[in-house]
Design a protein around this ligand. Structure first.
Ligand SMILES: C[S@@+](CC[C@H](N)C(=O)[O-])C[C@H]1O[C@@H](n2cnc3c(N)ncnc32)[C@H](O)[C@@H]1O
Ligand SMILES: [Zn+2]
Length: 275
């Protein structure tokens, strides 16, 4: 009987310092193709080198294969490069970085390439997304942010959360004293021209205030905030990918553009620290 080839475990080995067993919270060590804690819970590595640390049922909002493919095509156009640059800048001198809801690994891979943190971790609840991030050589695990992060307490000096679901209490738990949570959120004007034309979901005007309040509840306070604004000429196929990659994909059929449209990108990059 032939065995499948051994997974490339090198990236996950470099993240063992960060990872916690999703069942009991103890550290994990690697034994061949399995990550194991001292209580004997074991989690197999996939052939591609990522590990599934989902404990319980996957939530319904994991990105599908089609959404992840659309996201990759959209990001490959370079449209969000200024946002990526800001995220890399917010990770200056970071040593232990995780991105939650990391998607294809577009942002974290740039942080790893440019800032070279000794340990990093890409987490996402979508297997399709995690396959992509592990293909980039990122240490990657399937995990549900809302169920708790499979990360040791106080271990991270950057937690990145970019257009992805948040769990402030868990972010506060895994963050070191002096570490930062870096959150990218859209502002109400973000892609407003496209939203109006294609009848997409709106950005609530109080989004940032609600974000601050949710972090304040767990003792995390804002220590930095950058607004990023730039224009883009969006072609119909790129606009179709943008719709297909986001939450609108879960909300039925949408109109399509028949010509390129000028849009404004308006996002906020916020950093939070322990009081
Ligand atoms: C809008 S995408 C952003 C992906 C990436 N940060 C980016 O900007 O390219 C949101 C991501 O969060 C993931 N996600 C949704 N619910 C999640 C959850 N409960 N736990 C972890 N990831 C989740 C989705 O699978 C998706 O990859
Ligand atoms: Zn365990």
């Amino acid at each position: 009987m032939s065995r499948s080839p051994a997974p490339d475990a090198a990236p996950i080995d470099a993240a063992l310092d960060l990872l916690a067993c999703p069942v009991c919270g103890l550290p994990l060590g690697r034994h061949d193709r399995t990550l194991r804690c001292a209580s004997g819970h074991s989690h197999d590595l996939a052939r591609q080198g990522y590990v599934n640390l989902l404990h319980g049922a996957a939530p319904a909002n994991a990105d599908t294969t089609e959404m992840v493919a659309a996201r990759q095509r959209f990001l490959d156009t370079g449209a969000y490069q200024p946002i990526r640059d800001a995220v890399v800048g917010a990770c200056c001198a970071a040593t232990r970085v995780a991105e939650v809801g990391a998607g294809t690994g577009y942002y974290l891979s740039a942080v790893v390439a440019e800032q070279r943190p000794p340990a990093h971790l890409a987490l996402d609840v979508s297997v399709a997304a995690v396959r992509r991030s592990s293909r980039l050589g990122l240490a990657s695990a399937v995990a549900d942010t809302w169920a708790g992060l499979p990360v040791l307490s106080g271990r991270l000096d950057r937690v990145l959360c970019i257009f992805a679901p948040r769990n402030p209490a868990e972010f506060a738990r895994v963050l070191s004293q002096g570490g930062r949570v870096v959150v990218v959120t859209p502002r109400p004007g973000h892609l407003a021209e496209l939203r109006a034309r294609l009848h997409l979901l709106d950005v609530p005007p109080d989004k940032l205030a609600r974000l601050d309040a949710s972090f304040a509840d767990v003792g995390l306070v804002p220590v930095g905030r950058t607004e990023i604004d730039f224009g883009l000429e969006m072609s119909p196929p790129t606009a179709a990918d943008l719709v297909a990659m986001g939450p609108n994909a879960f909300h039925g059929e949408h109109a399509v553009l028949d010509e390129a449209v000028a849009v404004q990108v308006s996002v906020t990059v916020s950093s939070y620290q322990h009081l």
